[in-house]
Design a protein around this ligand. Structure first.
Ligand code: G3P
Ligand code: MG
Length: 259
């Protein structure tokens, strides 16, 4: 009978995922304002060793931690972030919308988040989140900066994106930084896409995964990450399916040692 697993697979439990298994979503999940340094500190203080956060560009092409295309929901500013200069974006209050105790927490520069991660021993899944029409430059600039910021670090951050255009630009700019494709539904051409972008993992909406799809992805020697898993029963199911990693908002329930 043909061996099902490689030597690698026999030597380590998770040969395709040399990273923390439980990641705090947007830095601190539901317990701190998303994509802030306070969120990263919150997760680290809970014992998390890995976080996911989103990065996009200001009008003057500086990468910052931010999820939405507009400033309205998570800051006291408004309008598209792509139209606002870095010096203005970083003066905004990105904490008060969440809770008074975080009032004044700014939108952090990607460089500041990297420094905090390195200083505190947090591994980062950096989701490249381009504003519409800015896919290529966002992938290129975030990858270039990540390469400089984490130079010599082990493990390197994992750059992920829904945008294949951004990932292609990241690959061209910094081929040695690992990449992952993020998707809602697993696309029919997932294997071809992962091959073309030389991705180490596929990050899938948790309720679109099953045992067969997890096994099929891992059979191509790639990790499987499930997002965003907030019910511990779902987390247990996914772990039983064999997923390599979970991203969660419920960081006090699905904690760093959940799996
Ligand atoms: O990277 C996984 C997850 O964060 C993708 O969704 O919208 O929360 O960035 P979103
Ligand atoms: Mg994200």
């Amino acid at each position: 009978m043909a061996a099902r697993f490689s030597i690698d697979h026999m030597l380590t439990e998770r040969p395709y995922w040399p990273y923390p298994r439980i990641l705090a979503h947007r830095g601190g999940g539901l317990l701190a304002p998303e994509n802030t340094l306070a969120a990263l500190r919150y997760a680290r203080n809970l014992g998390f060793e890995g976080v996911e956060f989103d990065v996009k560009l200001t009008a003057d092409d500086v990468p910052v931690l931010f999820h939405d295309d507009t400033l309205d929901r998570t800051t006291d500013g408004n309008g598209p972030i792509a139209d606002v200069l870095f010096d203005v974006v970083t003066q905004l209050d990105a904490g008060s919308w969440f809770a008074n105790e975080f009032a004044g927490d700014p939108v952090p520069a990607f460089a500041a988040a990297s420094a905090l991660c390195k200083e505190t021993g947090l591994w980062a899944n950096v989701e490249i989140k381009p504003c519409p029409g800015r896919e290529r430059e966002t992938g290129r600039i975030v990858a270039r900066m990540a390469k400089l910021l984490w130079s010599g670090a082990t493990p390197l951050p994992l750059l992920s994106s829904f945008s294949t255009e951004a990932l292609l630009a990241a690959q061209t700019e910094a081929s040695d930084l690992p990449r992952a494709l993020v998707c809602d539904e697993i696309p029919d051409d997932w294997e071809q896409a992962l091959d073309q972008l030389d991705c180490v993992s596929l990050h899938v909406r948790f309720d679109r995964l099953n045992t067969n799809s997890v096994a099929a992805i891992q059979a191509t020697r790639r990790g499987v990450l499930a997002y965003t898993v907030n019910d511990p029963l779902d987390a247990v199911d996914l772990i039983e399916m064999g997923v390599d990693a979970l991203v969660t908002d419920q960081i006090d329930v699905i904690g760093p040692h959940f799996a």
